[in-house]
Every structure is written in structure tokens, then in C-alpha cells.
Design a protein around this ligand. Structure first.
Ligand code: LLP
Length: 420
């Protein structure tokens, strides 16, 4: 088997380290399942992203849905990032970092009245609208509140992002955004919306996208609309590209951020406005691991299973997207053989697995595995299924270990619940 390593999560003398901390020490202290993050990975990724676009007027809005741990959000906020929030809960969390609401974008295909009201009340930088009815509602609420709502339309450019169908969002058959011609007609109605100022145009075509073409195609289509609006006298301040840049989970081919910047900057330069980005996974995925203990090895017929103490409730991605996460022991044993096994959790579902027919070095009960690239859409998609307590989240910064969130207690599971 091969071992997946990054600059900040790698083996030293056959032992897995995250920054300067031995993973086995963390397990001793905090138990498993356990999420651990590398702060400097997050910092590096942010800087790489931000620097790649330094020659154009731009702003990064971290998509906190990928990892909404307060310390993680705050790491990006401290670097100057804005935050893309997708619900009132995310808005509430983001504000806990002390970020100015004027650095928040409020997203979401189905915002409630309360969410719109909250966004306007906090004075977020921009609300993205995803339907004509929503635009009308925003206008009504803004008028009741006697404010002007800054709004961008999320346009669905009808572009195939060539990613997993569940995380593809830019095709007209997807629920997201507004098709170009409807968007144009809404912008044209701008004089009817007394309490809306259209400040931008927005897209987000999907996630874990590993080719540049879909971005180029979508940006080009959106630029046509942008210029048409400008010719009609509507000057937009922002062009929001969304997120979606893919990362490596294994050895899949992808593009580098430098290549992405090189292809897109000329397109952005033609537009006379600020470019907004909403990366999530690019910033967080490879900065996190999920540590788990091997409970049992067993064989049913020809099929081998490694049963671990983490489960689909902790990391859902393999179960719902057949997503690949590399899995490797926290200690390298050069003398052991590889086996082919399913790596599964204790939850009562056949879909509760992390890997199927995976080649992995033989491991024994009581040893530990690291599920790699778990920094994005890991903890944020976790649940309490089977009344399992959610794992702690630890952040490592060089040799410093910070417990950002402790393991849930049994009391958390019973939060405000009563027997009738
Ligand atoms: N902006 C909007 C409006 C989004 O909906 C998303 C992700 C992002 C930005 C950030 O996309 P990223 O840069 O992380 O690709 N749970 C799935 C991914 C769902 C993505 C949802 N929207 C997964 O685990 O693969």
C-alpha cells in the first residue's frame, strides 16, 4: 500500500505526525474516534489561494460548510477572509469569531424569512438570491425593515462540472440558481424593487471539480450576462465565482491553483469589478484526519472486514458519494503483508463503510488507522445516528495542541429531551 502524506501530515521514523505532534500521543490523550486538524495547512492553503489572485481586486469568502469549527473559521478570519454562510446557524457561528458582518455573504437555495431578516438586520455584505420569488420576498422584508438589501443573483450557467452528481450544482436540472434569461429579466425589473440594490452576480457550479474547463465555460457565460447588464446601465460591483476547486484524495489528476489562476485571471481582468471566491474544500480537506481504532478483523466467506470504531455518522462522504479517502495505519510496518478488505464502522447499516475492497496493510485489533483528507465535509456532516457521540476536534499548531471541541457527553445526546 502507499501512504498519503502532505507537508504537515506525514511520517517521521515510521510514525504519523501532524505538524510536530505524534498522532499516537493525541490518541492516548483524547481517545478515538478523533478529528485532528493542522492549523498551518489551513494557513498555507489560504495564502496560496489569496496570493494566486494578488494581481486582481478580489476577496476570499471561506465556505464554512466545509468545516465550521470555530477555531478553523477564525484561522481564516484572522488571515483576512470573509465567510460564506448558508444558514442562520452558520451566520451565528461565523459571528462568534468576531468577524464583521460586512464580510459575510448569505447563501442558500431556500432561505427562510427569518434568515433573510437576520441577514439584513446584521447588515451582511450581500444576500445571494436563487429565485424570482426570493428576490420579491427580500424586497418586501427590506421595505418592512426600511433598509436597502444588497443582492446578487446566483445564476445557473448550465455547465457540466463533471463531478459526482450529488455535488454538481451548475446544470439547469439542478435546483440551484436562476437560468440566465430569467436572471436577466429579474435584473431588468430592478426599478420595481425599491429596497434592493443589485450589487453582484454569482455562480457556483459544483464541488470537487478536477478540470478547469467547466469554470472557464461558466465564467465566460456569466461574463456575457455581466456585460449585457452593463450595457443596459447596471454596474455590478462583484462577480462571485463560488467554490468547487478539487483537491487530491488519492492520486487523481487535478489542476494546480496556479494553472487555475493563469487561465481565469485574463477573463476576470476584462470585468471591471471585484472578484469573489468561496473556496471550502481547497482550504480544509487535506488539513484534517479522522483517527480510529481497529476493533476487529473478520472474514465472511472470501470477504475480509476491518471493523473500526469510527462510523458513517462521523464521516459520511464514503457512504453517500462513494468518496475515496485514503486509510493508513498511524505506524508504518514495512514487514507486513497487504490484504484486501472493507473498512467498516459499527453502525447498523451496510452503507456504513469507509472503503470497499481496499488494499491495506494487515492491521490488528487495538491498532489505529488514520482516515485522510477528512478536514472538509467531515465533522460538519456528522450526526448522532445510533446515539453515537460526536468526536472531539483538535487543532495542532506546530507543537501546540488545542482542544477546540471536546467529545460530546451523554448529556449532549439528551439535550432538553423529556419523557412524556
Ligand atoms: N459556495 C457555495 C454556494 C457552495 O454551495 C459550496 C459548496 C461552496 C461555495 C464550497 O465548495 P467547495 O469549494 O468546498 O467545493 N458535501 C459534499 C460537498 C458539498 C458542497 C456544497 N456546496 C462533499 O462532501 O463532497
Amino acid at each position: 500500500m502507499h501512504y498519503f502524506e502532505t507537508e504537515f501530515i506525514k511520517y517521521k521514523n515510521n510514525e504519523l505526525f501532524i505538524e510536530n505532534v505524534k498522532v499516537s500521543e493525541l490518541i492516548k490523550q483524547f481517545g478515538t474516534p478523533l478529528y485532528v486538524y493542522s492549523k498551518n495547512h489551513f494557513i498555507n492553503q489560504y495564502k496560496k489561494f489569496d496570493n494566486a489572485f494578488s494581481e486582481i481586486d478580489h476577496q476570499v469568502f471561506y465556505a464554512m460548510k466545509s468545516n465550521f469549527n470555530l477555531s478553523v473559521i477564525n484561522t481564516f478570519v484572522q488571515l483576512g477572509s470573509g465567510v460564506d454562510v448558508n444558514s442562520e446557524g452558520e451566520l451565528f457561528r461565523a459571528l462568534k469569531t468576531g468577524i464583521s458582518p460586512t464580510k459575510l455573504i448569505l447563501t442558500g437555495v431556500g432561505k427562510t424569512k427569518d434568515e433573510i431578516r437576520l441577514g439584513l438586520d446584521k447588515k451582511v455584505m450581500m444576500i445571494k438570491a436563487e429565485s424570482e420569488e426570493e428576490v420579491e420576498l427580500i424586497n418586501k422584508i427590506a421595505s418592512e425593515m426600511n433598509v436597502i438589501a444588497p443582492v446578487a443573483l446566483r445564476v445557473n450557467p448550465d455547465v457540466d462540472a463533471k463531478t459526482h452528481p450529488y455535488i454538481s450544482t451548475g446544470l439547469s436540472k439542478n435546483k440551484f440558481g436562476i437560468d440566465s434569461s430569467t436572471a436577466l429579466s429579474i435584473y431588468r425589473r430592478r426599478n420595481e424593487f425599491n429596497n434592493i440594490q443589485f450589487t453582484g452576480i454569482d455562480m457556483h457550479i459544483g464541488s470537487q471539480i478536477t478540470t478547469i474547463e467547466p469554470f472557464v465555460e461558466a465564467i465566460s457565460k456569466m461574463s456575457d450576462l455581466y456585460f449585457q447588464l452593463r450595457n443596459e446601465g447596471l454596474e455590478l460591483k462583484h462577480f462571485d465565482v463560488g467554490g468547487g476547486i478539487g483537491v487530491q484524495y488519492n492520486n487523481e489528476k487535478s489542476f494546480t491553483l496556479e494553472e487555475f489562476a493563469e487561465r481565469t485571471i485574463p477573463l476576470f481582468k476584462k470585468l471591471n469589478c471585484k472578484i469573489l471566491f468561496e473556496p471550502g474544500r481547497y482550504l480544509t480537506a487535506n488539513g484534517g484526519i479522522l483517527l480510529t481504532e481497529v476493533l476487529y478483523n473478520k472474514q465472511n466467506g472470501n470477504k475480509k472486514f476491518i471493523i473500526v470504531d469510527a462510523a458513517m455518522n462521523d464521516l459520511l462522504r464514503p457512504s453517500i458519494y462513494q468518496a475515496y479517502h485514503h486509510i493508513q495505519p498511524i505506524e508504518q510496518h514495512k514487514d507486513r503483508i497487504d490484504i484486501v478488505a472493507d473498512i467498516v464502522g459499527p453502525v447498523c447499516e451496510t452503507g456504513d463503510y469507509f472503503a470497499r475492497d481496499r488494499e491495506i496493510i494487515k492491521t490488528y485489533s487495538g491498532e489505529f488507522l488514520a482516515i485522510m483528507s477528512a478536514g472538509a465535509y467531515g465533522m460538519t456532516m456528522s450526526s448522532n445516528y445510533n446515539a453515537r457521540r460526536r468526536p472531539p476536534e483538535i487543532i495542532v499548531d506546530k507543537e501546540n495542541v488545542f482542544v477546540s471541541r471536546s467529545r460530546e457527553t451523554f448529556d449532549h445526546l439528551l439535550w432538553d429531551e423529556k419523557i412524556m
